[in-house]
Ligand binder design. Sequence first.
Ligand code: CMP
Length: 134
Amino acid sequence: MEQKTLLLIKPNATRKNKIGSILKIVEDNGFVIDQLKMFTMDNELADIFYAEHIVKSFYPQLKSFMLSGKIVGAVLSREDAILKLRELVGNTNYEKAALGTIRFLFADSFTENAVHASDSPESAEREMSLIFPE
Ligand code: CMP
C-alpha cells in the first residue's frame, strides 16, 4: 500500500553536512520526497512532538539536543513507506543499528541518532501535520 511518512534529519547530522547524503540514501531506496523544509524546533513544538517522552529521564537531554540546531523535515512516500523507512533508518539505539542503515552511518549517540522516522500510521499523520501544518 502506498503510504506517506515523516523523516527528520536531526541537528547532529545537519551540523556535519549530511543532509544530502541522507536524502540520497532515501531516494536511492525508492522514496519520493513530497515535501521538504529546514527549520529549528522550539520548546513548544518539542514538547508536543515528543509528548510520549516528556516523562522519561532522557527527555531533557533529547529536548536540548533537538533545539540545538537546524532540522530538515521531509514527507516521504512509497509502498509501505512507514515500515521501509524504519528498516532503512535502523535501531533507535545506534549501537544496535544494522550495517548500512542511516543510524549506523551517521548516529553519534543514543540521543544524537541522526534521524527520526514515524513508527506507525497514526504517528505519521500526527507528526506530518505538526511539521507541515500547511
Ligand atoms: P527518535 O526516533 O527521535 O525518538 C525519540 C528519541 O529519543 C530517539 O529517537 C532518541 O533520540 C531519544 N532516545 C530514546 N531513548 C533514549 C535513551 N534511552 N537514551 C537517550 N536518548 C533516547
